[in-house]
Ligand binder design. Structure first.
Ligand code: NDP
Length: 289
């Protein structure tokens, strides 16, 4: 499998993508607004195209990874029929709406479109620690899967072009909630003179325990029943109050713990005090604004 690939966008991620394709033996054409970033890739055997048009015409498969969807359209909109008949894999981050709009744009131009999301950092690209999810026409994914696998575990999600971006934003939201929990704990321990780095291994073990609850709670959420097999929401509420009081004693922010408790208070008022933590899903399902 030596499919020629074009990579448009050589930021931190684009450089990692092109590097992995080169290592897998793909003839790789690259283009970047700031051409100097192509230097190390050219040294590894990439061909630097002189223009976007030149890059696009180099082969059947185009991978674009730039800052946002506006940049994608700034790059590709000025091109005319040269895009027709090619497959575009857009690994740029955005919302499901921008992914679906770009799919419509691609259809008008006769371009086969896959929207992808990268769930990895650049240094993991090309290793087993990198997961890329794709949505759009299955036959296009199947055709190029061997090539996409050079970038990491390549997964197909759905024909709906919006679903890969939707998964990415869901995962990014999860990442921020997890990081904010770590930062709250680090601030609390820091106020007592404990290093954040020393907290890291304990935080890692605790996070691993929480991660193991996802599948069971997921089943409860899908079923719409929340039996408290582990702890009731009333028990959690008492623990949440401890986090607020401890933060107050230490003089650190109580914003996040108060927000978390407000969600649980509402859920208990709705009658879920004897249910499991998964009952809180009802607070997330509706918009409060
Ligand atoms: P960088 O900021 O390192 O690179 C941005 C790239 O976009 C550069 O190639 C830049 O060109 C290009 N660009 C921006 N605006 C334009 C424009 N108007 N016209 C042409 N090119 C443009 O970002 P990353 O490479 O880290 O990220 C790229 C995408 O990958 C983002 O959507 C990001 O969310 C996603 N991603 C990144 C991850 C990461 O860990 N880095 C993880 C998962 C997803 P120039 O070099 O000329 O400025």
């Amino acid at each position: 499998n030596r499919t020629p690939v074009t990579v448009l966008g050589l930021g931190l991620m684009g450089q990692a993508l092109a590097g992995a394709l080169l290592r897998a033996g793909h003839p790789t054409t690259v283009w970047n607004r700031t051409a100097a970033k192509a230097g190390p890739l050219v040294a590894q055997g990439a061909r630097l195209a002189g223009s976007v048009r030149d890059a696009v015409t180099a082969g059947p498969l185009l991978i674009v990874c730039v800052s946002d969807y506006d940049a994608v359209h700034e790059l590709l909109d000025p091109l005319d029929e040269v895009l027709e008949g090619r497959t575009l894999v857009n690994l740029t981050s955005g919302t499901s709406r921008s992914a679906r709009e770009t799919a419509e744009w691609a259809a008008r131009r006769g371009v086969t479109y896959l929207d992808g999301s990268i769930m990895a950092v650049p240094e993991a690209i090309g290793t087993a620690d990198s997961v890329l999810v794709h949505s759009g026409p299955r036959p296009a994914f199947d055709l190029y899967e061997p090539t996409l696998r050079s970038l990491g575990a390549a997964m197909y999600l759905d024909a709906d072009h919006g679903l890969s971006s939707l998964h990415e934003t869901a995962v990014v939201g999860l990442m921020y909630s997890t990081l904010n929990g770590f930062l709250q704990g680090a601030a609390m321990l820091g106020a007592a003179g404990v290093n954040a780095e020393a907290f890291a291994p304990i935080a890692k073990t605790a996070t691993g325990m929480v991660v193991d609850w996802f599948a069971g709670y997921g089943r409860q959420i899908d079923d719409g029943t929340y039996p408290a097999l582990d702890a009731t929401l009333d028990t959690h509420l008492a623990a949440m109050e401890n986090v607020i009081h401890e933060s107050e004693f230490l003089g650190v922010s109580t914003d996040l713990p108060r927000f978390v408790k407000a969600l649980a208070d509402r859920s208990v008022s709705d009658g879920h005090g004897a249910d499991s933590y998964a009952a809180l899903i009802e607070q997330f399902r509706t918009s409060s604004s």
